[in-house]
Design a protein around this ligand. Structure first.
Ligand SMILES: NC(=O)c1ccc[n+]([C@@H]2O[C@H](COP(=O)([O-])OP(=O)(O)OC[C@H]3O[C@@H](n4cnc5c(N)ncnc54)[C@H](O)[C@@H]3O)[C@@H](O)[C@H]2O)c1
Length: 401
């Protein structure tokens, strides 16, 4: 069976690697640079090792391409393209639309089309299917299903095999074929009654995390005002064996999911006349954390950061990945520069970002830890500046929440 995966990023390449063990996979991506690298056996994401990719290529099971005609005879097409927010911070289905055009114009025989990209309930039924049909020149009838992706890049304990996967087709046959496809490489498949339930469940999972992160971020500000340790208080609360789940404070949330997905849910809620005040407020609290952190650092310096050299330690959105999408470090740096600080950053995992290169972990007036990669030694962070503020709770001896 020949399978096309549209989008070869974190989600698409991960699925490609698992599926290539059982199927012939064409990894279609609009970026020539990514495709060229992949065909050389060089992986650009955590979780897919280059040597695994190289083996799949050598065995003829995987090939990356920018040529859309190569998907023409595929029996299964998986969509894994970005679903970001636009400049007004509203859902942006531009990439989904162009993936639909690619599929509609090039897929020449009836296939099962599965969407893995995260979007609001109704996207598969009311957007993807009509768009593909609109672009389709061939008289073919495809089947449609959703199976929202739950991959957590960099995580080793849960992967495609042991993470339960939700799925639902627009028809029973589409559901059954979706189960057959994923059951080759996923142990636990959970069918739900409609694509809308699967789409909504995915958004709610990430909204659950967003509001709990916002809650603990607000709590960190409360405990500071009360003069008690947020970490000790959270550990104390966490001794309750039921009804509590521990989240820890941070400089904000980043990545493709937590800062984005809840807005998809809030938008569709408001379009249907349902309030999403809680979700909107959680988003605000998380965005405001970067300013709060800078205010705390400034307060420890007489309220003035003018001319101070500040080293931001860790700029990816979470430890041990190079992903900088929506990273809280960006807002932290912006607020520091607005306050007159001279900002550089250290992150050897990211290396280069926005035309700037990683700086040595030393020599600043102030070090502000946003993300702590496991490869970065806490003692070296502590020695990098006379004043260190840690937002991660992982640098013993530093100032923090
Ligand atoms: N990254 C995660 O941890 C994660 C987890 C669960 C779900 N998701 C969701 O999965 C989807 C994909 O996210 P990602 O992290 O893999 O994104 P990504 O940016 O890592 O990868 C997307 C890839 O799609 C390519 N692309 C864009 N438009 C294209 C098109 N029209 N045709 C072909 N290729 C195209 C890009 O070049 C890029 O390589 C999003 O909806 C995201 O919300 C992501």
């Amino acid at each position: 069976m020949k399978v096309a995966i549209i989008g070869q990023g974190y989600v698409g390449l991960t699925i490609s690697a698992f599926a290539s063990t059982y199927f012939d996979v064409v990894g279609f991506d609009s970026s020539q640079k990514i495709v060229d690298q992949l065909n050389l056996g060089i992986s650009h994401i955590e979780g897919v090792e280059s040597r695994v990719l190289k083996k799949l290529i050598d065995n003829g099971r995987y090939k990356a391409t920018t040529s859309a005609s190569e998907i023409s005879d595929c029996e299964i097409v998986v969509v894994a393209v970005p679903t970001p927010l636009n400049s007004e911070r509203n859902p942006d289905l531009t990439f989904i639309n162009s993936a639909c055009r690619t599929i509609g114009q090039n897929l020449m025989k009836p296939a099962l089309i599965i969407n893995e990209s995260t979007s609001f309930p109704g996207t598969l039924r009311n957007y993807i299917k009509p768009q593909i049909e609109k672009y389709s020149s061939a008289l073919v009838e495809h089947m449609y299903a959703i199976s929202p992706e739950r991959v957590d890049p960099g995580r080793t304990d849960f992967n495609q095999k042991n993470t339960p996967r939700l799925y639902a087709g627009l028809t029973k046959e589409a559901s059954d074929r979706t189960r057959d496809f994923y059951s080759k490489f996923c142990d636990n498949l959970v069918e739900v009654s409609s694509p809308e339930v699967a789409e909504a469940a995915k958004l709610f999972e990430n909204t659950f995390r967003q509001v709990n992160i916002a809650l603990v971020n607000e709590f960190a500000q409360i405990t500071h005002a009360l003069g008690i340790s947020v970490y000790e208080t959270l550990d104390a609360a966490n001794t309750k064996p039921y009804g509590f789940m521990k989240f820890t404070p941070s400089a904000g949330v980043g990545g493709h999911c937590i800062p984005v997905d809840p807005t998809y849910l809030a938008t569709v809620a408001e379009e249907h006349g349902a309030p999403a005040t809680f979700i909107r407020r959680a988003n605000e609290v998380n965005l405001e954390m970067s300013r709060y952190v800078v205010t705390r650092v400034a307060a420890d310096h007489g309220g003035n950061l003018q001319g101070k050299s500040v080293l931001v330690v860790g700029i990816s959105y979470k430890p041990d990945v190079a992903d900088v999408r929506e990273t809280a470090a960006e807002l932290v740096i912006e607020h520091l520069r607005d306050a007159g600080a001279v900002v550089i950053w250290h992150d050897d995992v990211v290396g280069e970002w926005k035309g700037e290169k990683t700086s040595p972990l030393s020599g600043a007036d102030i070090a502000l830890v946003v993300t702590k990669h496991s490869s970065v030694d806490s003692k070296k962070i502590l020695a990098s500046a006379p004043y260190v503020f840690d937002t991660t709770g992982k640098v013993p001896g530093a100032r923090g929440f």
